[in-house]
Design a protein around this ligand. Sequence first.
Ligand code: PBG
Length: 328
Amino acid sequence: MTTTALRLGTRASALATTQSGHVADLVRNRLGREVELVEITTEGDTSSAPLAQMGGTGVFVSSLRQALLDGRIDLAVHSLKDLPTAPCDGIALAAVPQREDPRDVVVARDGLTLGELPAGSRVGTGSPRRAAQLHALGLGLEVDGIRGNVDTRIGKVRSGDYDAVVLARAGLARLGRLDEATEVLDPLQLLPAPGQGALAVECRADDTTLVTALAALEDPGSRAAVEAERSVLATLEGGCSAPVGALAEVVEGDDGDELWVRAVALSHDGGLSVRMSASGSPADAAGVGTRLADEMLAEGAADLMGTALSSPVPSEALTEAPAKRQDA
Ligand SMILES: NCc1[nH]cc(CCC(=O)O)c1CC(=O)O
């Protein structure tokens, strides 16, 4: 039994330290252990290059994992949607705490919703998933890349550089800035990123005492949902820069809990998409996600994302987006 404080590694951004502070509180309350935060800088923080050009997946997580493996920290907190789908040697995903609302929100000028923005309005997002789904709405919105933390992105609406930005609702909620959202996007229109709104608590796999203790932070429904979503993404061979949205929920059915998953894969311009859903047992979350993604691949999902060109796409399997609005 040790009484030393657990060292919790975190990125330094306002969102990251808020998320890490939340997990630190859970550790104090449920494990009765003292916790100190250790700030770690990641490549995703120091470079302003588009994420897709920075080696894509994992730019926010690799330095934290290295600090774990080096023994500089005992546990690390990440936004789960930033975690690559491939497992990392020596690192355990020890807990997925209760997830926040996973939906995306709009922060637009003058309190507007997406549907109220005139055609030609500039919407800022660096996410291919959000860009493709915004184009697919057929509103004639102009989508432009943007990076930076939540504060920077909202600032670009306030300054008039953009008419709107799309952000994760969870980020705004954690920062206490939810009142700045002008619309919560229905997943029917914009499916969130796999894992969005959930946190990942990692530690060294060989630190078995801590792996066991951190199970006290786990929310099984959140874990099942993100496992299903991430297996959709992994099977589609997409990283965080793939135009793939997925959302799973555990709901009470007649014969116990049921897991529902829906997912979309799009061409980068949103002109073509495959959208499907599946259900199954929460105990088989990864299997449900994998089977859903296999069905999507059979409908041509990989080809329209541009990740594989091995087999021709049967054109009747693809959905055409509505034509762009012509009025200005
Ligand atoms: N890619 C950056 C990132 N990673 C996690 C969040 C928000 C919090 C979450 O989804 O859990 C964000 C910002 C955003 O998408 O607006």
